[in-house]
Design a protein around this ligand. Structure first.
Ligand code: LLP
Length: 423
């Protein structure tokens, strides 16, 4: 079964509330490259997710890694969002955004002592552990610091999510989760209860990201519920099941996510089984709510192709380079005619620095603004300063107001943290 999306074709070409004129004005004011988010759409997506799973006892923890802007986290917290975090830094952001620690789940394969201590100090709701070594380490830290903590086991159900290899986490060949097949998961669950400061709170699963089909979710959730019931049969308490994130979006930019079928599938599997459920959606909440506005610097005619050279680059949006990801790119200035097929490339000195290849583009000239669509998730969070380029600034539009939520740093800002022992 494929994922469904509500068809709202009117968002083309103006992408929701953020029409071309608005984006051009913002680009003039804040300069490019510039991330512009639609806060109203973010809340709408979040509430739609909540609604889709509201027939079950459930909590929705936004996956902070998708977009960790404190302004956006704050906005989501007004709708009751908890947070799924994977580092001490993300914990700090969630707390800054006033998300109650009790609604925070700490995931990840390599949490350090400092991060675990910080999480326990703030009393996060649940820590998902991914190895026996991590379990023993948390137990030791909790005991020596007198912390108490709820622990869930992230299990590996060995399911191929059918997504890009680099964002697939469900198979045994990946570093994620604890295998079900060799008895490890069961023995670790038992071991949690043997530690006086730890309480077993349940199980977690997350098989990958940008899933465009419900079938792998369904297989994984059936495995999860089967194992949870097996543990219960052995007398263990398994109050809580964390179903992870992964719901994919339409990168053609035509439709918004529709979680209804997903919610129904979850209901079919978990209804009346007596589990509380948690969800960790990231991309599907913010992905289609962001534009990266960029300016054309030059149009260059090569031997056998054209290059549209823009002021955004792989340091601003690495997804095309890293995952061959497709993002729609629209010109915000209508000129008529076309450029033909072109590579849309940034100024960085690498052939891998492109936002699109062989893309049919309308006629564009130096100085025109383009909007790279659906960059609200895993866009700004993955920026770097490669080639000593300051990160793009970020603007949030919400209820008719424009908020600059992250100004661009200066080159001076970038250099000042360095120490030169020779001057
Ligand atoms: N929970 C866990 C444990 C995760 O590892 C992830 C994503 C999520 C939830 C949220 O998944 P979502 O709903 O956003 O699919 N940088 C990549 C995506 C990496 C996803 C990592 N984990 C990209 O740009 O596609």
């Amino acid at each position: 079964m494929a994922l469904s999306h509500t068809n709202t074709p009117e968002i083309i070409p103006d992408h929701g509330m953020l029409d071309s004129g608005t984006l051009i004005n913002l680009a003039d004011q804040y300069k490019t490259p510039l991330y512009v988010y639609d806060g109203d759409q973010i809340l709408e997506n979040f509430k739609a997710f909540q609604k889709a799973v509201s027939n079950l006892e459930s909590k929705v923890h936004f996956a902070v890694k998708a977009n960790s802007s404190v302004a956006i986290l704050s906005l989501l917290s007004t709708a009751g969002a908890g947070a799924d975090i994977v580092s001490g830094g993300e914990l700090q952001r969630a707390l800054n955004a006033n998300i109650n620690p009790d609604k925070i789940i700490f995931s990840g394969v390599g949490k350090t002592d400092n991060e675990l201590l910080l999480a326990m100090h703030h009393g996060v709701g649940q820590i998902n552990i991914e190895s026996g070594a991590e379990l023993d380490r948390i137990a030791a830290l909790a005991a020596s610091n007198n912390f108490e903590c709820s622990i869930a086991l992230r299990i590996n159900v060995d399911v191929d999510p059918g997504s890009h290899e680099k964002i697939s986490t469900g198979q045994n060949s990946t570093k994620f989760g604890i295998a079900l097949t060799n008895g490890q998961a069961e023995s670790y669950y038992e071991r949690i209860s043997s530690y006086p400061n730890l309480t077993p709170s349940g199980l977690a699963v997350h098989i990958g990201s940008q899933l465009t089909n419900l079938a792998p979710f369904e297989t994984a959730y059936n495995e999860l519920v089967g194992f949870a019931e097996h543990l219960r049969g052995k007398g263990f308490a398994v109050p809580y099941l964390d179903l992870g994130g992964g719901f994919g979006i339409d990168y053609e930019g035509i439709t918004h996510p529709d979680f209804t079928k997903y919610g129904k599938m979850v209901e079919r599997i978990f209804k009346n089984k007596g589990f509380k459920l948690g969800f960790e959606p990231g991309r599907s909440i913010v992905g289609n709510c962001g534009n990266l506005v960029t300016k054309v610097i030059y149009v260059k005619q090569g031997i056998d192709k054209r290059f549209v050279i823009i002021d955004a680059a792989m340091n601003d949006l690495i997804r095309p380079t890293l995952y061959d990801a497709f993002h729609r790119i629209d010109s915000l200035t209508e000129r008529g005619g076309d450029t033909g097929n072109a590579d849309i490339v940034g100024p960085i000195c690498e052939t891998g620095d492109y936002l699109a290849r062989n893309r049919h583009m309308p006629f564009v000239e130096a100085g025109d603004y383009l909007a790279v669509r659906s960059v609200g998730a895993y866009g700004a969070v993955m920026m770097s300063n490669y080639n000593t380029r300051p990160e793009a600034s970020e603007v949030l539009c919400y209820e008719g107001m424009v908020h600059l939520i992250r100004p661009r740093r200066t080159i001076e800002d970038l250099i000042k943290m360095e120490i030169n022992p020779f001057l």
